[in-house]
Design a protein around this ligand. Structure first.
Ligand code: ISJ
Length: 189
């Protein structure tokens, strides 16, 4: 069942943003301020970090879209999928005070779901479930940056990594937005 996007404008804007290719985080580090590096390279839960940064303001996972579909070619390559192989796709906005700070897109090959009923997650954080798994393993973090369009010439930073829990595997992609930079007084890059 497809959960209808609750914010088509944000959903469309983000999906239509051209992103550069992905780099190992360490390669991108020289181009990134230490303040951003703290966020982009952290290996713990982004949900937990955002809740802490919200400093008591309400945090919400806003479900934009969730369905079985075809990953992008880039995602299929990262997941080692055949070109037309389908996957479980989830897109959310992580919001503080109803303002999106991060948009995220997670992709699980159907063959890697192993009975996990993630369609029941709704607006609970995927991270909240992932970081409760004692055998959770996180792969290396890769970084990208949007080309112009989102933010006067400086696109936001994006990051992705694989999470493994037993035979379950998910590619989690997170894109940090201007709202977050402004709220936390982070530099453009
Ligand atoms: C992986 C995490 O889960 C977060 C929550 C997501 C969701 O609910 O779909 C997606 C990406 C993450 O930003 C995390 O908190 O670190």
């Amino acid at each position: 069942m497809r959960d209808r996007p609750t914010s088509p404008s944000l959903h469309t804007a983000w999906l239509n943003t051209p992103w550069r290719r992905w780099y190992p985080a360490a390669v991108a580090r020289p181009a990134m301020s230490p303040a951003w590096w703290t966020w982009v390279a952290s290996r713990d839960s982004l949900t937990a970090r955002l809740i802490a940064a919200a400093d008591g303001r309400p945090f919400r996972v806003r479900l934009l879209d969730q369905r079985i579909g075809r990953p992008s070619n880039d995602e299929a390559r990262a997941l080692g999928l055949k070109p037309r192989e389908r996957a479980w796709l989830r897109e959310v906005a992580l919001c503080i005070d109803e303002r999106p700070w991060v948009v995220a897109r997670s992709v699980v090959p159907l063959a890697k779901l192993h009975g996990q009923r993630l369609d029941r997650l709704g607006e609970r954080s995927l991270g909240h479930w992932l970081f409760r798994q004692p055998d959770l393993e996180r792969g290396p973090i890769e970084v990208t940056q949007a080309t112009a369009g989102f933010h006067d010439g400086h696109g936001p930073w994006g990051r992705r990594s694989m999470f493994h829990h037993g035979r379950f595997a998910v590619l989690v992609q997170e894109f940090f937005l201007d709202t977050m930079a402004a709220e936390l007084s982070l530099p453009p890059r």
